[in-house]
Design a protein around this ligand. Structure first.
Ligand code: HSE
Length: 433
């Protein structure tokens, strides 16, 4: 059978999984590619480090130049994380005549235009299915399968680590710190998990999906975002009492005013598909004007689900499909997006508000009066017994509102926070119904 010689750069969690699939399941890849994907080079920084895969002798080296010089290798999985040296390695691979497959969403979200332009100039391709939602084939689906649609909405859970942590908190199976440690041990979290839990990773993925779906070139850092690192167990528990779960939601939606985008912990009603996504699983709900709503669910983080997406891209590249798609789609080309971003202050949703009130007669009345003055209508209220905090009786009061705008809610909360009866640390979360 014909051989396509391939290389891997980077042997972290995902690289190891890719090597395993290529070495242990070559028959499967050969069946789909019509040729053997023959692993010829594995380039790592530290060759002495123990590896969780049996590599044939002579494969492993720290000599990137050897791979670059090997003209028989035209396809490389570039699995180095972060921005540098990943960017330079990617450019050097393209310039030495290799098509590249990557899982590095941070690199694409930051340098997509530069890398894609360079690949086009050189007649090479970059494939990146694994960069968003691991094993869920969302990149191919949005960029190819919905070609007849105007996509109107993307709502997703795109970070396995965050979803794992929030699930454990919701189930009472651990606090934030212990759940994060478990996520690291299980290989879901990034080397530096800050980006997982502060919303950065999700904003980068949402920027990629929104570019594919809407053509919009919104830099990830300009997407309003908040992560689960600031969510308290108290709010997870109150949300449950109200029939909701808190999920880290990525949201991109066409409105009359343009595209609304945000990443935020959000209340979703128990029993709805996004609320039922557990552990390291990801999910994405996409609405197209012809197809209607389509829902994807699968493992969005972890070694083998991500490796599965990388190897699928390698097969596509080996048979030539990736090149055609890459050249046809013109992703991150110089064309400017015609889609305007909507004013985030105009976004309408219900809100979950938690106030820490000093327990005095009329305190709840004052809160409701100010909400009413801002034209905000209350749909639900929870108040339990007060606790002694700093010598004062503090009572948490949770208010659910009917849909209102971000601007109205922000203004009302600002005014409420100035009241003497409101202890600091009001929580404000959107509700998706
Ligand atoms: N660290 C990511 C997550 C996986 O937890 O979802 C890679 O994108």
């Amino acid at each position: 059978m014909e051989k396509t010689k391939v290389g891997i750069v980077g042997m972290g969690t995902v690289g190891t999984g890719v090597a395993r699939l290529l070495l242990d399941h070559g028959d499967r890849t050969a069946r789909h590619a019509g040729r053997t994907l023959w692993l010829e080079h594995v380039i790592v920084r530290d060759v002495a480090k123990p590896r969780d895969v049996d590599l044939p002798a002579g494969l492993l080296s720290n000599d990137l130049d050897r791979l670059l010089a090997d003209q028989q290798v035209t396809l490389v999985a570039q699995l180095v994380g972060g921005i540098e040296p990943a960017r330079t390695i990617m450019l050097r691979l393209l310039e030495s005549g290799k098509d590249v497959v990557t899982a590095n969403k941070a690199l694409l979200a930051e340098h997509g235009p530069e890398l894609f332009d360079r690949a086009r100039e050189l007649g090479r391709s970059i494939s990146f299915e694994a960069s968003v939602a691991g094993g869920i084939p969302i990149v191919a689906n949005i960029s190819q399968c919905f070609g007849a649609n105007q996509i109107t909405s993307i709502r997703g859970i795109l970070n396995g680590t965050s979803n794992f942590i929030i699930t454990k908190m919701d189930q009472g199976l651990g606090d934030y710190t212990s759940a994060l440690k478990d996520a690291q041990r299980l290989g879901f979290a990034e080397a530096d998990p800050t980006m997982d839990v502060d919303g950065t990773d999700v904003a980068q993925k949402l920027a990629i999906l929104s570019h594919l779906a809407f053509g919009v070139r919104q830099h990830w850092s300009e997407i309003p975002r908040r992560g689960i690192d600031s969510v308290s167990k108290l709010d997870v528990d109150y949300a449950r009492q109200l029939g909701y779960r808190i999920k880290l939601i990525a949201y991109s939606e066409f409105t009359g005013d343009g595209l609304q985008m945000f990443v935020s912990p959000t209340l979703v009603r128990v029993g709805t598909p996004l609320a039922e996504v557990r552990d390291n699983f990801n999910a994405i709900s996409v609405v197209g004007d012809a197809v209607g709503r389509v829902f994807y669910h699968g493992q969005g983080a972890g070694q083998m689900p991500t490796a599965s997406a990388v190897v699928a891209d390698m097969i596509d590249t080996a048979v030539g499909r990736a090149r055609i798609t890459f050249q046809t789609l013109k992703l991150w080309s110089k064309q400017e997006s015609t889609i305007a971003m909507a004013d985030p202050r105009k976004l309408r949703s219900g809100y979950y508000l938690r106030f820490q009130l000093i327990d005095k007669p009329g305190a709840l009345g004052q809160v409701c009066t100010i909400l009413g003055n801002h034209n905000i209508s209350v749909s639900d209220v929870i108040q339990h017994k007060a606790d002694l905090v700093d010598d004062q009786n503090i009572v948490p009061v949770v208010v659910m509102t009917h849909p209102t705008t971000e601007a109205q809610t922000a203004a009302a909360v600002e005014e409420l926070n100035r009241l003497a009866i409101v202890h600091p640390a009001t929580e404000r979360l959107k509700v998706l119904d």
